[in-house]
Write a protein that binds this ligand. Structure first.
Ligand SMILES: Cc1ncc(COP(=O)(O)O)c(C=O)c1O
Length: 387
């Protein structure tokens, strides 16, 4: 039995999505910009997908721009808004310290081109405080980008309050909802934001698909220039079969959410409580709530997450660690670092992210497999000099 607990990295394709995509690959191959039958068939398929995505997030169909994923949507939102607002003299961008690299590195790139960038800190809860954002804003702030749910620890940010504070200073508000859309209700109107990012492969849709919701009236200058596709916001012939898949995935997620969210949070809580009880020296990272229902991040004292990850993989269990190996040394997760966790704790943290195929039997198997792997590693090694 192989157990996949890394759904925040990516999800398997829903079988209904796969079937509809296979059909579209064979039958809906027209160019959605063509006037003839084949083009109109492709355009109708895109319109249906756009309707499904807007139904998932509460926006209007005409406000959805299809992209090739979360990274591209984040780039379109940030670079597009920044360039559109540049002539107004607003040359300041704000994001939280726990954003995905798609946001942080885009801000860094704009920083090298003369934009002033402010990163809002978080505390150990992993939640952005509204007052910290207020402190960061100026009359020159063009855009604030704060994610809805964090990919590593799952915490949900108070987006409605944060957006309202940004708007008081005249700034636009973008939220990366890649890790919340499909897991918890997302309603762009209730959140009161201007731009929202989603990605297909995190909600049982295909990789290389995403969308940016752009509130009507918000002006962006598209970084990708070319034809007039996607209302001139994203040039290039649309990948219709893949976007059909995104639409079906959005539909399925919307229909299943009410039952799936409590099912996953029950499994997640069982896993989390089980690990904290069975393995000594463990702590949950970040606030218990509000959190997306599928995610827990746990630090395990006196082991390196990478070794644990390999041990678990050998036992047929796929999880992820927040740390990344670059040039032979372990780099701690920027999220856990921003939360102020001690260095050793950042290197010994595992993320478990549950999904549709997981069952109670999977959780019990992890709870059986993990303690002896930790004990074995602890007997072999010490981390950071701590015994
Ligand atoms: C919060 C968040 N934003 C953006 C992305 C990037 O999305 P994509 O892989 O579709 O480019 C991810 C994926 O890991 C993510 O978790």
């Amino acid at each position: 039995m192989r157990i996949y607990l890394d759904h925040n990295a990516t999800t398997p394709l829903d079988p209904v999505v796969a079937d509809r995509m296979a059909q579209a690959l064979r039958e809906v191959w027209g160019n959605a910009s063509s006037i003839h039958h084949f083009g109109q068939q492709a355009k109708a398929a895109l319109d249906e997908a756009r309707g499904a995505v807007s139904a998932l997030i509460g926006g209007d169909t005409s406000e959805i721009v299809f992209t090739a994923g979360g990274t591209e949507s984040d780039n379109l939102a940030i670079r597009g808004a920044a360039e559109a607002l540049e002539p107004s003299g607003r040359k300041h961008l704000v994001a939280s310290a726990i954003e995905h690299e798609a946001v942080l590195n885009t801000l860094k790139a704009l920083g090298r081109r003369g934009w002033r960038v402010t990163i809002v800190p978080v505390d150990a809860s992993g939640i952005v405080a509204v007052d910290r954002l207020r402190d960061a804003l100026t009359d020159e702030t063009a855009l604030v980008s704060i994610m809805h749910a964090n990919n590593e620890i799952g915490t949900i940010q108070p987006i409605a309050e944060l957006a309202s504070v940004a708007h008081e200073r005249g700034a636009l508000f973008h939220s990366d909802a890649v890790q919340s859309a499909g897991k918890i209700p997302v309603d762009v109107r209730a959140l009161g934001i201007d731009l929202l990012t989603i990605a297909g492969h995190k909600l049982y849709g295909p990789k290389g698909t995403g969308a940016l919701w752009i509130k009507r009236g918000v002006r962006l200058i598209a970084p990708v220039t070319g034809g007039k596709q996607e209302r001139s916001r994203r040039a290039g012939t649309e990948n219709v079969p893949a976007l059909v898949g995104l639409g079906v995935a959005a539909d399925v997620a919307r229909q299943k959410m009410a039952a799936e969210a409590p099912r996953l949070s029950t499994l997640r809580d069982r896993l989390e409580a089980g690990i904290l009880a069975k393995v000594s020296g463990t702590d949950r990272n970040g606030a218990a709530s509000p959190r997306v229902p599928n995610t827990t991040n746990i630090s395990i004292d006196r082991v390196e997450a990478e070794s644990l990850l390999i041990g678990l993989d050998l036992a047929g269990i796929a999880v992820s660690s927040g740390s990344a190996c670059s040039s032979g040394t372990l780099e701690p997760s920027h999220v856990l670092k921003a939360m102020g966790l001690p260095h050793a704790r950042t290197l010994g943290s595992l993320r478990f992210s549950l999904g549709a195929e997981n069952t109670e039997a999977h959780i019990d198997r992890v709870l059986e497999a993990l303690p002896p792997i930790v004990e074995k590693l602890r007997a072999l090694t010490t981390v950071g000099g701590r015994k």
